[in-house]
Every structure is written in C-alpha cells, then in structure tokens.
Write a protein that binds this ligand. Structure first.
Ligand SMILES: Nc1ncnc2c1ncn2[C@@H]1O[C@H](COP(=O)(O)OP(=O)(O)OP(=O)(O)O)[C@@H](O)[C@H]1O
Ligand SMILES: [Mg+2]
Length: 275
C-alpha cells in the first residue's frame, strides 16, 4: 500500500460536519469489454451507515470489492482518512481497518465459531494455538455486539441459523479494530426475525463509531438503517446524499432510470450531499 502526500482533491463534506473516512473519486473499472464502474465518486463517514442501492449488475459488488482490495480500479483515486491510498489486496484493506462481509459468506461450515473468527489470524502462545485467549476474544466481541442467541461458540458454523451465521460473519469483520465495514446483501437470505437481528447489529456498529456501507435490494432495510443513500445505475453513481433527502419512490426511480423527479443525475451531485 502506497501513500502519497496530497490533500483529497475536491473532497467535500457531503453536507456532513466531519471529513469522510473514505472517499472515492473518479473510479473506473472494466472487465474486458464490460465497463462495471464509470467515474464513481462516493464518501463514507464514521458513525454513519451508507445504503448502497442499485439494480442487478449495477456495479455494487464490484464497487465493494474495489474498496476491499479484491479489484484494482483502472482509474481514479481512493482517499482514506484524507490521504490517497492504493488498496492492492484484502491485506492492505485490513491494515487500514476495512473489513468486508461478502454476498456469499465465506465461513467454513466444519469449523466452530471461534475457529472461523480467527481463521488465518490465529493467536499463538509458545508455538501452540492460544485457544483460551481466542475463545475469550470471540465471546467478548459477540457480547459487545449483543449476539446472544448462539448457544456455544464452540458449535460448528454449519449448525447455526442464517441470521446467526450472518452475525458471526459481521462479528468476525469487526473484531480486528475495523473502522469501515462493508456488507454486501447481509439480509438477502434471512427471515423477518433474523433480518431484525442483523439490522440491529448494523446500528450497533454505527453507534460504536464505525463507518458502515450496506448493500441491499430491500428498501425497507435501507430506509431503516441508512443515514446516507447512494445509488448506482449501470456503473454510474447517480445519487448520493443524506437519507432524509430521498423517499422510496425517488430511490426506485434512480435505480431504474438513473434519474428522479425528472432530474437527470449529474456527476457533481455525488459530492454535493444534495440530490
Ligand atoms: N469478475 C468479473 N468479470 C467480468 N465481469 C464482471 C466481473 N464482476 C462483475 N462483472 C460485471 O460487472 C457488472 C457489475 O456487477 P456487480 O456484481 O457489481 O453487480 P451488482 O450491482 O452487485 O449486482 P447484484 O445486485 O446482482 O449483486 C456486471 O455487468 C457484471 O457482469
Ligand atoms: Mg452484487
């Protein structure tokens, strides 16, 4: 990860008092002939949940993977805490405090909760796995996040319900001094009660001061948890601003036509905080 000393060009407060934790400016990404992202601007703030909306194929997962270091942008710049950064791997992202919960959860079914939470980052003591310390830390994190329905942190993940699995995936992401958590469709496969658990968990992360970006097709979920809303349409960011500036109809219009209230999107709207 390289850092260059340069102030974020045109980074706006987006109508917020604080400087964004992460800003994207002019991010392009293509795969062969498919242009997945066009000049995308986005600001993510600590202590705020940003709901990222968009139809299938709009570029939400590609955007998430670009922040997470799994894809490299072709053009554009990412700023983290005001400094330009190059996030070349998920390891670079973790070093900055960026953790991702992917659409397909990537938990190991045959391992228990503690083993999953420490997978690849196991704690050692005298050359042996420090089970006690990992167990304590895992239990602590789950308790802080008030994930209380799990019977034993030593049960295999395969035996958990969908909501519990999602909670473990989120807890795993926040255990590493995260500053930014990216959640790609965290409630897609969940029932009503489990969705509620995950939405509550997202609010708790926000209340703990983390920046959260959540992708969801469910506008009820978005309007319940999001402080800000950003909409991608065919790879372009067509709206980005405080959630209070949107209603369901305008989000649906942005998602399906790239414009709302007869107002075409302007790239400048991305950084203005007004839509
Ligand atoms: N690895 C890849 N190789 C080639 N094309 C890709 C790749 N990943 C994504 N794309 C393309 O980029 C575009 C955006 O895909 P992306 O997965 O970001 O959509 P999405 O908004 O997450 O959609 P969904 O709501 O269905 O998850 C699509 O046209 C997709 O086919
Ligand atoms: Mg996706």
């Amino acid at each position: 990860m390289t850092e260059v000393n340069e102030a974020p060009a045109g980074a706006s407060s987006g109508g917020e008092d604080a400087e964004p934790l992460l800003s994207m400016r002019g991010i392009d990404k293509h795969f062969g002939p498919v242009q997945a992202l066009y000049g995308v601007n986005l600001d993510l703030y600590s202590g705020k949940v940003t709901g990222l909306c968009g139809d299938n194929g709009a570029g939400k997962s590609v955007l998430t993977r670009t922040i997470a270091g799994a894809h490299q942008p072709d053009h554009g710049q990412i700023f983290f805490e005001g400094k330009p950064v190059h996030i070349r791997s998920t390891r670079d992202a973790s070093a900055l405090g960026i953790e991702t919960v992917y659409q397909d959860l990537a938990l190991a079914d045959n391992l228990d909760i503690v083993q999953n939470m420490f997978l690849g980052r196991e704690r050692l003591r005298h050359g042996l796995l420090d089970e006690d310390s990992m167990e304590l830390a895992a239990a602590d994190t789950l308790k802080t996040l008030r994930v209380t329905t799990v019977r034993s942190i030593r049960q295999p993940v395969a035996s958990l319900s969908g909501g519990q699995r999602q909670s473990v995936a989120v807890a795993k992401a926040v255990m590493w001094n995260s500053k930014l958590v990216l959640l790609d469709e965290p409630t897609a496969a969940l029932g009503v009660v489990q969705t509620r658990q995950v939405l509550d968990l997202i609010k708790r992360l926000r209340d703990q001061g983390l920046a959260v970006m959540v992708i969801s097709h469910n506008l009820n979920d978005v309007f319940e948890v999001a402080d800000r809303i950003a909409v991608l349409y065919l790879g372009r960011m067509v709206a980005d601003g405080p959630a209070a500036g949107f209603d369901r109809q305008s989000v649906v219009e942005y998602m399906t036509t790239g414009a709302a209230n007869g107002r075409p999107s302007e790239p400048a709207a991305s950084a203005s905080g007004e839509v």
